[in-house]
Design a protein around this ligand. Sequence first.
Ligand SMILES: [Zn+2]
Length: 507
Amino acid sequence: MANDNKILIFDTTLRDGEQSAGIGLTKFEKLEIATQLNKLNVDIIEAGFPASSPGDFESVKLISEKIKEPVIAALARCVPSDVEAAWIAIKNAENPRIHVFINSSDIQIINQLKKDREEVLNMAVFCVEKAKKYCDDVEFSPMDASRTDMNFLYQLIEATVKAGATTINIPDTVGYTMPWEFKNQIENIIHNVPGMDKIVTSVHCHNDLGLSVANSLAAITAGARQIEGCINGLGERAGNAALEEVIMAIETRKDLLKVETDINTKEIYKTSRLVSDITGFPVQPNKAIVGANAFRHASGIHQDGVIKSKSTFEIMDPKSIGLTGNTLVLSKLSGRAGLKSRLEDLGYNLSSEEINKTFEEFKILADKKREVTNQDLESLMSNQKRSERSSGQFELVSIDIESGSNKNPTAKIDIKNTQNNKIKRSTSTGTGPVDAIYKAINKQIDLKVILNEWRIEAVTEGIDAIGDAIVKLEHEGSLVVGRGSDTDILVASAKAYIDGLNKLSNK
Ligand SMILES: [Zn+2]
């Protein structure tokens, strides 16, 4: 297996990524991300850690039932009840995998587990054997492997391979290792541990020193054939290896790496946008591959070169990640057919009913903005999906805001309760217009929430851009992201707050 040139892409956005501070996704949001990961054609989706919470258990179960092509993995500590919970959650998957892990470095064995190496070895073997009874596909990870004594690591890996592990994952859990050091380590493991030629060697690199992608690629040159990571580099602390970077590095430097993936790279941009949209984690503009500036040439010399021949300063074709460019625009004079074909170019194949609905929304937008760009259309489509996702109890009907340098900010808001179809009005003042809006909404919706974050982003350039409001709301320890878009940022803010409240009341 180690000689195969195919690199398996293992996505852990829904597990390690969701662990990142401040993200709380509902099971439907997770399913939506999993559906997109399936379109991206990742080989393995780590859907969650079922023993960690009932919500996680439910999400893993739902994804296992709905997403059939990729392997669906569930994480478990080396604790029998964790392995059982993982199995119950994924047993309906077409291709289930149980992923068990245990601390292996002395620092973590002594300080965190308060055990010794022998106990760790026994627990690992016991739980891999237990997992193997449920399911053929078992992955084992010695946590903090890169800081583990190599002889103990060999022993632990050999024993778990004998116990039935089919993938051995070497995590650089704390993002400590250097690429050349990691390459050596992976080579040593593959050469010194009996049985490694029959299983898949995987790596899981964290980005504390900004080296997660470099370490992953170094591991490939040493024989690793599965790379774990997250979309947009999400994950604990500084995050995991950004999968889009690993994938495009493999794609762009085939000449050197001589390996390939089965990824449909044209879905990369859309996947990145969706993950950012749902998690509320923005993508930095200068982020490799998916940042807003990743394919923009600012210097005159570079622009001149690119106009003469793209390859002068572009190592990748933006189309290869599904970026369609922003040059063509639609206006309010554009017809249904024009809209339909543009949406098809962007990868949205809508039924005639859906086109009709989208066309109505497009007309409203085109009335407000002179030109409607691809980005506007993508925002429109993600807005539609968002409202399907959070179609909840409360709907914004109308809002009136008064504010200014000499005024006391006041908001008057009408909200429909879809359970009884009644519209209620409330009014409030506040320190600013957003404060007034949220206080007015709070008067109607009886849910004590803490507003952890409020942010406005412009979806496109120009003063007529659509504003995207993002809020993070906390209620009894659960965190949700609410979003809303409008050309009026105060209306967007109201929509985002109501979206968040709907999600909390669904939880
Ligand atoms: Zn991790």
